[in-house]
Ligand binder design. Structure first.
Ligand SMILES: Cc1cc2nc3c(=O)[nH]c(=O)nc-3n(C[C@H](O)[C@H](O)[C@H](O)COP(=O)(O)OP(=O)(O)OC[C@H]3O[C@@H](n4cnc5c(N)ncnc54)[C@H](O)[C@@H]3O)c2cc1C
Length: 385
């Protein structure tokens, strides 16, 4: 099999062909996801003993970025799938049901979606209203008003809920449910400014499953020890992909200008240099996140530390802000050609997709959490990773 990046480039070529249509129609990027399955990219992160390729997070982030350069909705779909798969890898690797589920993802190339948001709670994913109701070895669950990207096209959903009907809101579990076990009632259609192909409709979710499908660790631990970091890093990789595509279009625009007027430096050239500088900072931010997580992963104290949580939240905040600034630079460079939707230099879709970054778990909510932590915690001035 060819390298992950080579396969990601094949997927990106397919995604690029359909990205404008996906955006215009607000439809699922089915061609790109089919190409991911054919390239066996959905199981790339899964350990080899369960049929995957055992890729590391940096390799997955690179795949995410390559696909996102062509179609951010396809890239975000791939990122969200891997974020969910990572919870099963990190917290289900000793549980028979989840081991078998990983083998199924690998052999059937199952696409996994997420249902953490809930009506009445919004983006506060560390609280749930709905609860798991256990009866012997079985459980049932109803979650209302949940946003589930590509919910109708997924093969399985990872969902959060309180551990029991009498449990407090923050005593949560996460369960895997497969398509044959749940019913989705559409309660809100995704007709959004950007990321239109993620088809992030609202649903009432009802399901029944075996208790064995609930991940062994409580959700608080899953969120703190793997999900928060992996989510923020892979989202940042999506946004980096969007930003680099916009800068690449702006650079092509300026190079075409230079060819038309030999001997003259086009006025946009300076801004391209500035955008390249900003892009490098954004890239460094994501790479720093990867390196910080790799260090913390092997040290439980570090993984649970305030410094680590602050750093991982800052990765998301930084990337979600920089992507918008960078695309704005690309727009200033390309001018009306970038503003129009039908030129090789268009950056409108990039900008609309990128604006989702700051509300995908609101930056204000994240700043609020970090602000509380920084009341107790001194910032580390060291440059050591
Ligand atoms: C493209 C996309 C795909 C998504 N896919 C999924 C998915 O597959 N599954 C899923 O479960 N969810 C998904 N979501 C939902 C997402 O995870 C968040 O839940 C959602 O973006 C938050 O919605 P909200 O604006 O109502 O949030 P809230 O976080 O509730 O915030 C509402 C507003 O209140 C303010 N606010 C809230 N808390 C604070 C605070 N502490 N301090 C200051 N201000 C605050 C903010 O200004 C914010 O704008 C998706 C969202 C997007 C944009």
């Amino acid at each position: 099999m060819s390298s992950l990046v080579a396969r990601a480039q094949l997927v990106a070529a397919v995604a690029a062909q359909y990205s404008d249509h996906v955006d215009k129609e607000g439809r699922f990027p089915s061609e790109a996801v089919r190409a991911m399955k054919e390239a066996r990219l959905l199981s790339a992160y899964i350990p080899r003993e369960f049929g995957g390729e055992g890729a590391d997070l940096a390799e997955i982030a690179e795949v995410v970025s390559v696909i996102s350069q062509a179609c951010a909705s396809a890239g975000m779909t791939y990122a969200m799938h891997q974020i969910k798969v990572s919870s099963v890898i990190s917290h289900g690797d000793k549980a028979e049901w989840h081991q078998e589920f990983m083998r199924r993802i690998s052999s059937e190339q199952l696409l996994v979606a997420s249902a953490t948001t809930e009506g009445g709670i919004g983006g506060n994913l560390r609280n749930s209203i709905c609860a798991v109701e256990r009866l012997g070895d079985r459980f049932s669950l109803v979650k209302d008003g949940t946003v589930i990207s590509y919910g109708r096209d997924a093969d399985a959903i990872l969902i959060t809920a309180r551990s029991a009907p009498d449990a407090p809101a923050s005593d949560q579990v996460m369960a895997v449910l497969t398509k044959d076990q749940y019913k989705l009632e559409l309660t809100g259609v995704w007709d959004a400014m950007g990321m239109r192909g993620t088809c992030s409709d609202n649903f009432k979710f009802s399901a029944e499953g075996d208790v064995a499908q609930i991940l062994p660790n409580d959700f608080g631990e899953i969120a703190a020890k793997s999900m928060l970091a992996i989510c923020h890093i892979l989202w940042s990789a999506v946004w980096y992909g969007i930003a680099s595509s916009a800068v690449s279009r702006a650079q092509s625009f300026v190079r075409a200008e230079a060819r038309r007027n030999p001997g003259q430096t086009p006025p946009g050239a300076l801004r391209v240099a500035e955008a390249a500088n900003m892009l490098q900072l954004m890239r460094s931010n994501t790479i720093a996140g990867l390196s910080r997580f790799a260090t913390a992963k092997v040290n439980d104290d570090d993984l649970g530390s305030v410094g680590f949580i602050v750093a991982m939240n800052n990765i998301k905040i930084g990337a979600s802000r920089m992507v918008v600034d960078i695309i704005n630079h690309a727009l200033l460079i390309t001018g009306i050609n970038g503003y129009r939707n039908n030129t090789p230099y268009s950056v409108g879709r990039h900008m609309r997709d990128a604006l989702s970054a700051q509300i995908m778990i609101s930056n204000d909510r994240i700043f609020g959490n970090v602000a509380n932590l920084l009341l107790m915690h001194r910032l580390d001035p060291s440059l050591a990773a």
